[in-house]
Design a protein. Sequence first.
Length: 192
Amino acid sequence: MSRFPDLKTLRILYYPDPRLRVEAAPVVKVDSLIGEMADRMRELMAEAHGLGLAATQVGWPFRLVILNTGGESEKVEVFVNPVILSRRGRILEEEGCLSVPGLYARVRRAERVHVRAIRLDGEVVEMDAEGLLARAWQHEVDHLDGRLFVDRLGPAARIALGPRLREMEERFRSGSDYSGDGEPDASEPGAM
């Protein structure tokens, strides 16, 4: 883990930052450094009113996610090296992303998933998830694989959101301190 970041300067990356497209490597050892990273990610996610955050969203290319679908800080869980083992059903629902602030679109995902991951205490767990938690798992694992929810848009949504995405790309290229149109609104569905 030689590439451990400075936690004080850690921040959420925004589309189209190329670090969001990096495929994350497995975490080799679950130790106190992973716990510190998870704590800082919890802070960032809470500040942004999110439901989930992947380590790649803060520029750390390792397979670590935090999820909070209960809406309470006590419900935030940390998972290392998550793998979606199976997907069932299909559902089209609105989704957003902390790395693409202010942009929401309907995305087709599996309705239910079966996941295996490691908790911070080293316990390997398998669980079934459905509804919002299944969507959050898929969204965060996509991040670990270098994919964003905008990659899953259908043709009509791509056309409709194209101007906003191009604007974000131009602002990023110009070097402005771009963070979208402000913080994602916690009342909006599915900011992950």
